[in-house]
Design a binder for this molecule. Structure first.
Ligand SMILES: Cc1cc2nc3c(=O)[nH]c(=O)nc-3n(C[C@H](O)[C@H](O)[C@H](O)COP(=O)(O)OP(=O)(O)OC[C@H]3O[C@@H](n4cnc5c(N)ncnc54)[C@H](O)[C@@H]3O)c2cc1C
Ligand code: FES
Length: 258
């Protein structure tokens, strides 16, 4: 599929390192929370970005492509393919959402969608500092919200895993998590210890090339699950047996430790 050239209608500064891009996707884009787009930044690269709104993506500046996106303004265009991937599966009526940093991108629209159909939503969100806090209003509108910052400048001091210690993980019908892989591995360890890993879903942010399941750059050991096509959302008990949290692969396929 060729990318569709799409107008950026608005750029919102969420934090010093995160921006939301609203896109004029017209009627062609019908995505679900947890699905992603391949975003072609002309002259630079094509990178995966989750739908943080029906017609928007929320991007953290980490390298070449995202730095180039940060220079784009309303009126500029990007190329879009998608939506791709499986997205979250809503299970039950009392869910716990766990977000770290820009892991908020798939979590916030899911919180809103679930709350809109009467599901009880609790969100635990972690950020590095007060300056990086975003989407708090979206979470609060959807339900109970607990915030942690690494340095204690807002909410409780510590990591999301510290907040989780005071929560009875067994009471939720399903637990959903997205954030840096190290953080997700720690969360999965806690869920495993509480014997609820089979009631959880994690969205992985790995290096993708094709996005359609053919190039093999996103395959995970030992089963060869493709993050782009079989995921990016996987059940916790499936990930327990995988390389998740241990190592990943870079653009050249080389193993890098997480
Ligand atoms: C399904 C999916 C959905 C994603 N959704 C979002 C989103 O909504 N918002 C967002 O900001 N990012 C998201 N990402 C991550 C995003 O695609 C990468 O941050 C981006 O590709 C980096 O490109 P770059 O050229 O700016 O950085 P690069 O120059 O490629 O890399 C710079 C640094 O970022 C790290 N990095 C590169 N790719 C990733 C990655 N996939 N995950 C984590 N770290 C990476 C590299 O190891 C390196 O340290 C998603 C990734 C996937 C697989
Ligand atoms: S990115 Fe090509 S198979 Fe997943």
């Amino acid at each position: 599929m060729r990318p569709i050239s799409t107008l950026i209608t608005e750029v919102v500064d969420e934090t010093p390192t995160i921006k939301t891009f609203r896109l004029d996707t017209g009627r062609w884009l019908h995505g679900n929370p947890g699905q992603y787009l391949m975003v072609w930044v002309r002259g630079v690269d094509e990178v995966p970005m989750t739908l943080s709104y029906d017609n928007g993506i929320t991007v953290q500046k980490v390298g070449q492509a995202t730095e180039a996106m940060f220079r784009l303004k309303a009126g500029d265009t990007v190329g879009l393919r998608g939506p791709y991937g499986n997205g979250w599966e809503l299970v039950g009526d009392d869910i716990l959402l766990i977000s770290g940093g820009v892991g908020s991108a798939p979590i916030a629209p899911f919180a809103e969608k679930a709350a809109s159909i009467g599901v009880r939503v609790t969100t635990v969100a972690g950020y590095r500092t007060r300056d990086e806090v975003h989407f708090e209003k979206r979470y609060k509108k959807a339900g109970k919200t607990l915030i942690a910052t690494d340095d204690g400048s807002y909410g409780q001091k510590g990591f999301v895993t510290d907040l989780l210690k005071s929560i009875d993980l067994s009471m939720y019908t399903q637990i959903y998590c997205c954030g840096p892989e190290k953080m997700m591995a720690r969360v999965l360890g806690m869920l495993d210890a509480a014997k609820v890993a089979q009631k959880s879903q994690f969205s992985l942010q790995r290096y993708l090339k094709c996005g359609i399941g053919v190039c093999g750059s996103c395959c995970m050991d030992p089963d060869g699950l493709r993050v782009c096509r079989d995921g990016p959302v996987f059940r916790g008990d499936v990930l327990l047996k995988s390389e998740m949290g241990k190592y990943a692969r870079d653009a050249s396929g080389r193993r890098i430790n997480i």
